[in-house]
Write a protein that binds this ligand. Structure first.
Ligand SMILES: [Zn+2]
Length: 342
């Protein structure tokens, strides 16, 4: 069994097992990359499996046979962005959102309480409060409203988790919240302090982590660190590139996730310490006859046994095994990056 409390102090990279699997990997292969925890996507699990169905089958960890940590997101980020972009039909209101699944037309309501209920049914280890995440370039007024709702919803989540389920004491699960405030430093501070007053096991950085130039918003991120207790989880959601993880780690963040690691792998963008900017585009013609491993310092199954030429060939023709090998290597690269931060 995973000691969740112990993990709160460790640096972790959490791959996205969006629909209950890291694409192209078995649970055994995932474990062998050194992965200690993963993130599942509450919205995708809800509309593809159904929360009750997962509960009836014993929860996501039992289904995956995964004895590491599982963090469930609140579902809010996807639901709100799908509604904002007009891709999904739905309405955001002061207590959450109502939306229709494009899959079968089922109507769902996501509220602070229902998000906790769904996450409890999925049965991971770390829950995230529903927060009011919005698009970029918020006016002061919009950012203030988002902070106000985020605090009110966090309060409701805390109350519901404690009253209905008995909180951490009864469930062994941890509850984290999300700090909003867009690019207004004082709002980030205000939001963080109000959430600390309610009390959580972790304070996650919400909203956009990079600006239009692709730079990490370090000042905003630091405002959250400076106003939250040192011994709690600091999860930089959606961070990121190797260099961004190193920078966010330096200022005090310890949990990271990004879909890029596995998505890049499938598209042939691999990581290698042999290349100056760490990016090796394996599909490039220069690797067609290259018998060296992807990364000469990597101890993964792929680098120990296969050449760049082999992975190049498999990915060029869209062979699924190529995706598996690329994903194993990229995840191992990130887990080693994280180990080197500790
Ligand atoms: Zn490797």
């Amino acid at each position: 069994m995973t000691d969740i409390k112990k993990l709160t102090k460790e640096k972790l990279f959490l791959p996205d097992a969006t629909r209950g699997a890291v694409r192209f990997l078995t649970t055994k292969q995932l474990k062998e990359t050194g992965t200690k925890g993963l993130v599942t996507n509450t919205l995708h699990l809800l509309i593809n499996y159904g929360a009750d169905h997962i509960k009836d089958l014993g929860g996501i960890k039992k289904l995956m046979i995964w004895d590491g940590m599982v963090l469930t997101d609140s579902g809010g980020f996807q639901v709100f962005s799908l509604i904002h972009s007009g891709k999904w039909k739905g309405k955001i209101h002061k207590d959450g959102a109502i939306f229709k699944s494009p899959r079968d037309g089922t109507e769902y309501e996501l509220t602070p309480e229902s998000s906790i209920d769904i996450q409890m049914k999925i049965d991971g280890d770390v829950l995230v409060c529903l927060d009011d995440c919005r698009e970029t370039d918020l006016t002061r007024e919009e950012a203030e409203e988002s902070v106000e709702r985020t605090i009110a919803w966090a309060k409701k989540c805390r109350k519901h988790f404690d009253n209905k389920y008995g909180g951490t004491k009864k469930t062994g699960k941890l509850l984290t919240c999300v700090v909003q405030g867009a690019n207004y430093i004082d709002l980030r501070k205000e939001c963080a302090q109000a959430l600390v007053d309610i009390g959580f096991d972790g304070y996650n950085f919400g909203g956009f982590v990079v600006n239009e130039e692709g730079q990490l918003v370090l000042d905003e991120m630091k405002a959250v660190i400076d106003n939250t207790p040192e011994d709690k989880i600091k999860y930089a959601m959606g961070v990121g590139k190797p260099q961004d993880i190193r920078e966010a780690s330096k200022i005090g963040y310890n949990w990271f996730d990004t879909v890029l690691v596995t998505r890049n792998a499938r598209h042939g963008t691999l990581y290698s310490s042999d290349i100056p900017d760490e990016i090796l585009r394996i599909k490039n013609a220069e690797y067609a006859n290259d018998l060296k491993p992807i990364d000469s310092k990597c101890d993964c199954e792929v680098c120990q046994n296969h050449s760049r030429a082999y992975v190049h060939h498999l990915l060029k023709i869209g062979e699924a095994t190529g995706m598996t090998l690329a994903t194993i290597h990229n995840l191992r690269y990130y887990q080693k990056l994280i180990n080197n931060l500790n």
